[in-house]
Design a protein around this ligand. Structure first.
Ligand code: AMP
Ligand code: FES
Ligand code: ZN
Ligand code: ZN
Length: 336
């Protein structure tokens, strides 16, 4: 990752702190930081992730990936001309959630980035551990479903053009390969750098699409960014994914550039995957009108089980109010 060397940076007289195999570069601290920021800028241009006057909602968990993403987006927002809003979801998973929320709040405050925090307990009356024990569903799938729902509602209410997620190369490639092995080819279409806004689902962008985990770790460290070190207490990396990770890291060592080339090929063929095994067009949930695969959306089903009645509509109204207040505030500060 980071090395102490007497080797000079490829661009200046400083000692290099790292080597970028696929680019055949040795880089000092400053030039490494520039290299990553330029890469994300190029990713925006290459895949059309956002432009002038866009409103981008950055989903920030407090981990190194989304914190670095937010920091880089903040820098790029001026060059590219988009508006940036941060969104954090407090799931109420004990200390872990407390620390995560504080990290995001402090970072946004110090950078002057507007932040919306959605507190699961405030919105529904239940935190994630309570929902887990009442539904007996695997925590991570329950958590994923709730986050997707809340993030999408917030993005709709804020009229965001896109939601930015902190997934990087080493999250995405194992997922893509796993879905290929299992022949869930349609799933691959959702793992590219960008999905379009469709049927009430606000589009996603992945600014770190071409950045590896090592690179983002070193970036967060060198840029002195605050982030949560602890992993979520529920997180467990599953067998097959771990094996695939080892395989791709070996391949990268022997064939520098393998990961980026792979990610670019997937992005190029994304339309093909979209058209394979096309899913039925999304319906609208009968209760809350959110996009859904069935008559009633998963969020309404889950909350019905936990709270005795589906909470989709109620939660949407609460988020709409938070968003309204927020937009009023933004207008106020930009005109005074
Ligand atoms: P995950 O797949 O859950 O590890 O997270 C993927 C991405 O979702 C992160 O990089 C963030 O952009 C976003 N995300 C995850 N957890 C949260 C959270 N609690 N609040 C806001 N965004 C989140
Ligand atoms: Fe969702 Fe861990 S953060 S289960
Ligand atoms: Zn240098
Ligand atoms: Zn619903």
């Amino acid at each position: 990752l980071m090395v102490e060397t007497k080797i000079k940076c490829s661009f200046c007289n400083e000692n290099a702190v790292t080597r970028i195999g696929y680019a055949k570069l040795w880089l000092c601290k400053e030039h490494f930081i520039q290299f990553i920021e330029k890469k994300v800028f190029n990713t925006f241009k290459r895949y059309g992730l956002g432009g002038k006057n866009w409103r981008i909602l950055a989903a920030v968990s407090g981990g190194k990936d989304s914190v670095s993403m937010l920091y880089i987006l903040h820098k790029l927002s001026k060059d590219i001309g988009f508006e940036l809003i941060a969104l954090h979801i407090d799931l109420g998973i004990g200390e872990y959630s407390k620390i995560s929320r504080e990290v995001v709040e402090n970072l946004c405050k110090s950078l002057g980035i507007p932040l919306i925090v959605l507190d699961l307990k405030e919105l529904t009356g239940f935190n994630l551990p309570e929902m887990v024990s009442k539904t007996k569903r695997p925590p991570c799938s329950l958590c994923g479903l709730i986050k997707r729902y809340l993030i999408n509602v917030a993005a709709q209410e804020l009229k965001a053009n896109a939601v930015a997620l902190g997934h990087h190369l080493d999250d995405l490639i194992p997922y893509i390969i796993k879905n290929f092995v299992l022949q869930n080819l349609f799933e691959i279409s959702k793992l590219g750098p960008k999905t379009d806004t469709l049927n009430g689902l606000v589009g996603r962008i992945r600014p770190l699409y071409e950045v590896s985990e090592d690179e983002i770790m070193l970036y967060a460290y060198l840029a002195k960014l605050p982030f949560v070190q602890n992993e979520c207490p529920y997180s467990a990396r599953k067998g097959l994914e771990k094996t695939i990770r080892e395989f791709i890291n070996n391949a990268e060592k022997r064939h520098p550039g393998f990961k980026i080339a792979f990610a670019r090929s997937i992005a190029k063929n994304i339309e093909i995957y979209k058209n394979i095994g096309k899913e039925e067009p999304l319906k609208q949930c009968k209760i809350c009108q959110s996009p859904s695969n069935s008559e009633i959306c998963s969020f309404c089903k889950i909350t019905a089980k936990v709270a005795g009645k589906p909470l989709g509509s109620e939660v949407k109204t609460k988020i709409a109010k938070i968003a309204q207040l927020h937009l009023l505030n933004l207008n106020h500060t930009s005109t005074t």
